[in-house]
Write a protein that binds this ligand. Structure first.
Ligand code: GUN
Ligand code: ZN
Length: 650
C-alpha cells in the first residue's frame, strides 16, 4: 500500500523517501504550513524551496473549502496552482480548526472528496481532535469515530492518505489508534498534541509517542501534527517521526521573535548582527529590528524558516552519522521541559531496543543522562548475562587493552586459579576483556579527560595488582599472549554465545594492530575470520560466517532469502526487503547476519539495515547489505568481484 522507503537509520529515526505524484519527499522533512491564499503567505512556497530546499508543504483543505473564492480557484486549477507550488502538497482536513474553534462545518466525506478533487498529494482524514485532558470514555468514543471515518476514507481514496492517531492521554487508546491507522494509512499522523507542544508538556508528548510508536507500521511514514519549534525536531525524529508540519516560523514572526535552534529572542534584543547568513548579509538583524511591522514580519518569517530548515537538515545529518541521541540531548538543554521529555523517553527502552543498532561509530556523552541511552541499557543487560557463572572479579584502575598494560595483568595466580579483572568506566565496572566493545570502547565522556587511561603508567597498574595479593602468590610472566587468547574468546562469546566461542576459540588467533596494540582481527587456518572495528565487535568475513554457520543452529543469526533472489545474493548483491523469507528475531540493525537459502545453504554474510520485524512491512528498499559472499558457481560476468576481495570487509 505504501511508498515509504528507508535508506539510512539511527535507531527508530529514518532517512527515507516517500514518493508522491508531485515527486518524492526526502525524510525527515519539515512541511511548512502555508496559507491557501497567496495573499496571506509571508513566504511563497516556491521561495521556500528555492532558498531553503524545502521540497514539500502542507496547507488546509478546510480553509480552502470554506472560503468561496479559494474553493472555486482550487476546484478549477488545483491546489498546487492555487498556493503556487509544484512540489508535493499535503492537505489537512479541518480537525485543527475543530480544536481552535470548537467545530467545523464540513463532513468527513465531503472534505475528503474535496481534497481528492483539488489534487492533494497526501489527503488527511477528518479526525476528531482529542484534547490532552479528555477523560477515557469520551476519548474512546471519539477515537471510534475517527477510525470509522478513516476506514471509509481508505475505501474512497486511491492516492496517499494520512490517517490521524488520536486517543488523547490514554496509552491504550493511542496504541489502538496506531494499530488501526497502520492498517489504513500511507502516512500515520500523530494528532491531538498541539496543546502539549504549545504548553511545553513534553513529558506527556513523549508518553503519547511511547504508547503509539510500537503499534505504528514501520512501512508507513509517520507525521507529527504541529511540531512547532525546531528544538523539538530531534526528539520527534528519535521516535521515528518522518514528517513534521510547523507554522512556528510565521507565528513567532508575527510576535517579532527570531527563532534560534534552542530558543527564540525578540528581534529588538538583537543588538549585534550575530548571524551571517545570506539574508542577514542583505539586511543585518539590528536593522530588521527597526523596520515597520509590515516589513519586519515577512523577513522574520523567512529567517525563522531558515532556522527550522537548517535544524531538520541537522537531524538528517545526525541520522547519517548515528549521532541523533547526541543532538537530542544537546537540544534538550534548551529547556528543562524538553529535558524532562527526553528523560521520559529514556525510561522506556523497550520502545527503542528492537531497532537500536548493534553499534555506532562513536558514543559522545553530552551529560550524565547520556548514560541512560538505549545502547547503554542493552550493554548492561548483556553484561549481566556475561557475568553470570563467572568468578567475582578484582577491581583495577582504568587501562587500555594494549600489551603495555596487559603484560602485567595476571590471568591466573600461582596455584592456577583464574583471576578476573574489572576496570572502572563511565558506565560502571566492566570486565577488562570487554572494554573495547561498543558503547564502552568508543565512549567519549568527561572521565576520559579527568583520568585518561593512556596517561596511566603501567608501573602504577602493576603496583595496584600486587597490592591485592600476598607476596609470591602471583607468577612472574608476560601475560600479553594469554590475554589475546582470552579476549578473543570473550568477544566471540559476547557476540555469538558461549557454545560458538568454545568451539571456535581453539583454532582462532587474535591479531593486534602493530600501531595501537588493539585487537584488530581474528584469523583461523591463516585466513581472516573476523575483523574488529572501533566498536570492538567481531564482524565475520565470508570465511568466518562459514565457521559460524557450521556451529549455530538453523534459524539463528540467519536471514532466509527467497528462492528468486538466491543467485543474486550468492553473487554479492544487496538483499531487498521483498526478497526476505524470514529472519532471526534476535537480530538488530547493524548486526552481521548469515544469509541462507531455504535449505540453510550459506550464500553470503551481510549487515542488517532493517530490524527483522520491519522486513515484512517494507515493500521496497534494502533489508541487508551484503559484505561478503560465496563464489557463485557461474556468476554473471559483471557481478564477479576481484579474487580475494569478496571476503574482506572494507
Ligand atoms: N493539526 C494539528 N493537530 C491536528 C490533529 O490532531 N489532526 C489533524 N487532522 N490536524 C491537526
Ligand atoms: Zn541570518
Amino acid at each position: 500500500m505504501t511508498g515509504f522507503e528507508l535508506l539510512e537509520r539511527d535507531g527508530l529515526a529514518r532517512l527515507g523517501r516517500l514518493v508522491t505524484p508531485h515527486g518524492p519527499i526526502e525524510t525527515p522533512a519539515l512541511l511548512p504550513v502555508v496559507h491557501p491564499d497567496p495573499a496571506r503567505q509571508p513566504v511563497p512556497p516556491e521561495e521556500m524551496r528555492r532558498r531553503f530546499g524545502l521540497g514539500a508543504v502542507i496547507t488546509s483543505s478546510y480553509i480552502t473549502w470554506r472560503t468561496p473564492p479559494l474553493r472555486a480557484a482550487a476546484q478549477r486549477d488545483g491546489i498546487h496552482r492555487l498556493i503556487g507550488f509544484s512540489g508535493p502538497v499535503m492537505t489537512d482536513s479541518g480537525a485543527f480548526q475543530q480544536h481552535a474553534y470548537g467545530s467545523v462545518e464540513v463532513g468527513p466525506e465531503e472534505i475528503l472528496a474535496f481534497q481528492q478533487a483539488i489534487g492533494s498529494d497526501i489527503a488527511t482524514v477528518l479526525d476528531l481532535f482529542t484534547e490532552p485532558d479528555t477523560p477515557f470514555d469520551r476519548a474512546a468514543s471519539a477515537l471510534e469515530t475517527t477510525i470509522a471515518r478513516s476506514t471509509a476514507a481508505r475505501a474512497a481514496r486511491s492516492g496517499l492518505l494520512a490517517v490521524p492517531v488520536q486517543g488523547g492521554p490514554h496509552p491504550e487508546l493511542r496504541a489502538r489508534s496506531a494499530r488501526a491507522a497502520s492498517e489504513l494509512g500511507d502516512v500515520l499522523a500523530i494528532g491531538g498534541v498541539v496543546p502539549l507542544l504549545e504548553q511545553y508538556r513534553f513529558v506527556e508528548l513523549v508518553r503519547a509517542l511511547v504508547a503509539a510508536r510500537p503499534a505504528l507500521s514501520p512501512g508507513a511514514a509517520v507525521h507529527l501534527f504541529g511540531a512547532g519549534h525546531p528544538m523539538t525536531f530531534a526528539l520527534a525524529a528519535l521516535f521515528g517521526v518522518d514528517l513534521v508540519d510547523s507554522s512556528a516560523y510565521q507565528k513567532f514572526a508575527r510576535r517579532g521573535r527570531l527563532l534560534l535552534p534552542d530558543g527564540s529572542v525578540p528581534v529588538e534584543d538583537v543588538a549585534e548582527p550575530f548571524c551571517r547568513c545570506a539574508l542577514c548579509a542583505q539586511r543585518p538583524l539590528p536593522e530588521v529590528a527597526r523596520l515597520p511591522p509590515t516589513e519586519r514580519e515577512p523577513w522574520l518569517a523567512l529567517h525563522n524558516l531558515l532556522t527550522s530548515a537548517e535544524e531538520m537538515a541537522r537531524v538528517r545529518q545526525a541520522i547519517r552519522q548515528g549521532t541523533l541521541w547526541e543532538l537530542a540531548e544537546r537540544r534538550a538543554g534548551a529547556h528543562p521541559a524538553l529535558r524532562a521529555g527526553l528523560e521520559e523517553a529514556k525510561r522506556h527502552p523497550a520502545v527503542f531496543l528492537p531497532t537500536e543498532p548493534a553499534s555506532r561509530r562513536s558514543f559522545r556523552e553530552v551529560d550524565r543522562s547520556s548514560r541512560e541511552r538505549p545502547a547503554v541499557v542493552r550493554f548492561h543487560r548483556r553484561l549481566a548475562a556475561y557475568r553470570a557463572g563467572r568468578p567475582a572479579a578484582h577491581p583495577i584502575g582504568r587501562l587500555a587493552l594494549r600489551p603495555e598494560y596487559l603484560q602485567h595483568l595476571p590471568l591466573e595466580d600461582s596455584s592456577g586459579q583464574p583471576l578476573r579483572w574489572e576496570t572502572s568506566s563511565a558506565l560502571g565496572p566492566v570486565p577488562v576483556e570487554l572494554t573495547d566493545l561498543y558503547p564502552v570502547g568508543p565512549y567519549l565522556g568527561v572521565d576520559e579527560f579527568v583520568d585518561p587511561p593512556r596517561h596511566r603508567p603501567p608501573r602504577a597498574m602493576r603496583e595496584e595488582v600486587a597490592a591485592q595479593f600476598p607476596p609470591g602468590s602471583l607468577p612472574e610472566r608476560d601475560w600479553t599472549e594469554a590475554w589475546t587468547a582470552y579476549q578473543v574468546r570473550a568477544v566471540l562469546e559476547w557476540e555469538f554465545g558461549p557454545a560458538v566461542a568454545s568451539s571456535l576459540a581453539p583454532a582462532a588467533r587474535g591479531e593486534r594492530s602493530r600501531r595501537t596494540g588493539r585487537l584488530r582481527g581474528i584469523a583461523g587456518d591463516g585466513v581472516p575470520w573476523f575483523v574488529l572495528g572501533t566498536d570492538g565487535i567481531p564482524s565475520p568475513t565470508f570465511r568466518g560466517a562459514a565457521e559460524l554457520h557450521r556451529r549455530l543452529p538453523p534459524g539463528q543469526r540467519r536471514v532466509v532469502v527467497r528462492d528468486d533472489a538466491v543467485p543474486f545474493v550468492a553473487s554479492g548483491r544487496t538483499l531487498f526487503a521483498r526478497f526476505v523469507h524470514s529472519a532471526d528475531p534476535g537480530l538488530v540493525p547493524g548486526a552481521a547476519a548469515l544469509l541462507v537459502d531455504g535449505q540453510d545453504q550459506l550464500l553470503a554474510v551481510g549487515r542488517l539495515l532493517l530490524a527483522p520485524h520491519e522486513m515484512p512491512r517494507l515493500s521496497r528498499g534494502v533489508a541487508v547489505r551484503v559484505t561478503g559472499h560465496r563464489r557463485s558457481p557461474a556468476p554473471p560476468a559483471e557481478e564477479t568481484e576481484p579474487a580475494g576481495e569478496a571476503d574482506l570487509p572494507d
